[in-house]
Design a protein around this ligand. Structure first.
Ligand code: NDP
Length: 450
């Protein structure tokens, strides 16, 4: 490995020793951009890597709120403003008990690369809380969101930092967060949050965007490899949240048969193809467990999760789309997928596949679409929402969907061409990292030592 890269990676490991996810994300990028670093020895003198790995700002705060029993609860809030190189900080908010500084920093770091790939003027950030929304009443969710925003509002703004949703933060939470922001600021700054409801500043097709975008990227990748398509392919999708549901919808529209979906408790397998209307009713309306699917389709099969490895990856499939969370496809799961003949894996979630599993897929000729590129459709459409808010105008669903589709096609070719230019054709992980890093490094050099 290049000496400069090695030095930085070693330093990162020491300096962030208690942040395994952040180290994992940094390692994945640094080990793939060697050809660019070799070509630009001046980057070392300007500490380009050190600056790119250090967030511009990390904010941590107390979030007190009162539950329905009148008891005071306290959670920890975060906002990592990683990079404003190419636009205001931009990235989602995650409410999940596993949220900690390491998870926030890995997500913010990934976000700057993803946002650069979209070709739109957005920097990178991420935030959230270790608050667990599961089992909370609507009023508890509202009180938590209001308290969270009562601190966060002073750090964000439509030209400063624009949060959106992520795990545990959907349309309901964004609504409560936006309401509180507007109340405190006494101004209708629509562009301060994205993923808003349609009718008060939200963009049509934002809800669908990450899942649709993932499938658009995969469609382009399949087309470029032996002119393959989704038509007639079997697909398994982990998760049953926002990304998973709309990836399923688009894959089905393109003629694929989605046979399995999951949640953190287990997975369902329906050999007749997943009934997405039932999933939406269970997850989007009733907010229940995926096991309930058996009430709609008693012949489907439910498998409870009993270890770290999700049972969904044991199911035979042509295309696997991990759309739940980080590190959900272990090397063990990757081996099962390969043994069952998987031809393509597309990351809808952020960093769902650890490095050893990615390498295993690639060595075995599986087409692999990395999250930074493949799930960028959500943030790209958030940027389109910001544009609409600035123009005080709305595009139609089809207009947004067409823009999203074109952005995903462009991202695919950026990754493909960058990989080819730097001698690693077909490696989309390297292609995505190189394309994004080149753009960010160029902006960093241009803006001086800041
Ligand atoms: P949701 O909260 O809507 O859904 C998350 C899904 O993943 C649920 O089915 C959930 O199951 C499952 N899940 C969450 N945590 C775990 C876990 N630790 N183990 C197993 N399953 C888990 O989130 P999104 O769909 O918005 O996000 C999913 C992934 O996509 C995340 O990695 C996110 O960062 C990424 N992403 C999201 C974007 C967006 O626009 N929403 C944009 C780009 C990336 P359960 O209900 O049981 O917890």
């Amino acid at each position: 490995m290049n000496e400069y890269l090695k030095k930085v990676l070693d330093e990162i490991k020491v300096k962030n020793a208690s942040e395994p996810e952040f180290i994992q994300a940094a390692d994945e990028v640094l080990t793939t951009i060697e050809p660019v670093i070799e070509k630009h020895p001046e980057f070392e003198n300007q500490a380009i890597l050190e600056r790119m790995l250090e967030p511009e700002r990390v904010i941590m705060f107390r979030v007190p709120w009162i539950d329905d029993n009148g008891k005071t609860q306290v959670n920890r809030g975060y906002r990592v403003q990683h990079s404003s190189l190419i636009g205001p900080y931009k990235g989602g908010l995650r409410f999940h008990p596993t949220v900690n500084l390491s998870v926030m920093k890995f997500l913010a770091f990934e976000q700057i690369f993803k946002n650069a790939l979209t070709g739109l003027p957005i920097g990178g950030g991420k935030g959230g809380s270790d608050f667990n929304p599961k089992g909370k009443s609507d009023n508890e969710i509202m009180r938590f969101c209001q308290s969270f925003m009562t601190e966060l509002y002073r750090h964000i703004g439509q030209d400063v930092d624009v949060p959106a949703g992520d795990i545990g933060v959907g349309g309901r939470e964004i609504g409560y967060l936006f309401g509180q922001f507007k109340r405190i600021r006494n101004a209708y700054e629509g562009g301060v949050l994205t993923g808003k409801g349609v009718g008060y500043g939200g963009s049509l097709a934002r809800t669908e965007a990450t899942g649709y975008g993932l499938v658009y990227y995969m469609r382009e990748m399949l087309k470029n490899h032996d002119n393959q398509t989704f038509e007639g392919k079997t697909v398994t999708i982990s998760g049953s949240g926002n990304v998973a549901i709309y990836a399923c919808q688009k894959a089905q529209q393109l003629g694929a048969k989605v046979v399995a979906m999951s949640d953190s408790n287990g997975c369902i397998y329906d050999e007749n193809g997943i009934d997405l209307a039932a999933i939406k009713q269970i997850k989007e309306v009733e907010r229940k467990r995926i096991k309930e699917y058996l009430n709609y389709h008693p012949n489907a099969k439910y498998t409870e999760r009993t270890s770290d490895d999700s049972p969904i990856w044991e199911i035979k499939t042509d295309i696997a789309l991990p759309c739940a969370t980080q590190n959900e496809v272990s090397l063990n799961s990757a081996k099962k997928l390969v043994a069952n003949g998987v031809i393509a894996v597309g990351e809808g979630a952020n960093m769902p596949t650890p490095k050893d599993a990615i390498e295993f897929f690639q060595k075995n000729g599986v087409l692999f679409a990395p999250a930074k590129a493949a799930n960028a459709g959500g943030v790209a459409t958030s940027a389109i929402e910001m544009s609409q808010n600035s123009m005080r105008y709305y595009y139609t669903f089809d207009e947004v969907d067409k823009k999203l589709e074109q952005i995903m096609i462009n991202i695919y070719y950026s990754c493909k061409n960058a990989a080819k230019e730097y001698g690693c054709e077909g490696d989309y992980v390297a292609g995505a990292n190189i394309a994004a890093f080149s753009k960010l490094a160029k902006a960093m050099v241009a803006q001086g030592i800041v």
